[in-house]
Design a protein around this ligand. Structure first.
Ligand SMILES: [Zn+2]
Length: 115
C-alpha cells in the first residue's frame, strides 16, 4: 500500500522536526494531496491513523485534496486541468507547467506551547 509509506515518511519528518524544536509539540499538520499525486487522501488519512497508533501524543492531520493547476508559458494564465487535457484553457497552448496537484505537500505545522 503506497499510502502507508507516504504516511511513514510524513511521520518521520515530523519526528525529526520534533527533535529540532524540543520546546514545542506538534499538534496539527495540514497536508495537501494533489489529484495526480497517486495518493488517495482518505487512504492516507487512515494510514496516518494506523501509523500513529503507538505514538503519544497524537498529531491531528488535516488533509486537503487539490486539483491540478498549470501555468501557461505563452499567455501567462493559470488553467485547471480536467479530464487529463493538458492544454491552456485560455489560449489552447500546450506549453504549460504543472504548478499544483502532482505531489503530496505539508502546508502548515501547528506547534503547541507546553505550559
Ligand atoms: Zn495560455
Amino acid at each position: 500500500m503506497h499510502e502507508r509509506s507516504v504516511a511513514k515518511n510524513i511521520l518521520r519528518e515530523m519526528e525529526e522536526l520534533g527533535q529540532e524544536y524540543p520546546q514545542g509539540r506538534i499538534a496539527a499538520v495540514e497536508i495537501e494531496v494533489g489529484l495526480m499525486s497517486g495518493v488517495d487522501a482518505s487512504l492516507l488519512a487512515s494510514a496516518l491513523e494506523i501509523e500513529q497508533d503507538r505514538m503519544q501524543p497524537r498529531i491531528d492531520f488535516q488533509i486537503h485534496t487539490v486539483s491540478l493547476l498549470a501555468h501557461c508559458g505563452p499567455c501567462g494564465k493559470t488553467s485547471q486541468i480536467e479530464s487529463f487535457v493538458f492544454s491552456c484553457i485560455h489560449c489552447g497552448s500546450q506549453q504549460i507547467d504543472i504548478t499544483q496537484g502532482e505531489s503530496v505537500r505539508i502546508l502548515t505545522i501547528t506547534l503547541d506551547d507546553p505550559s
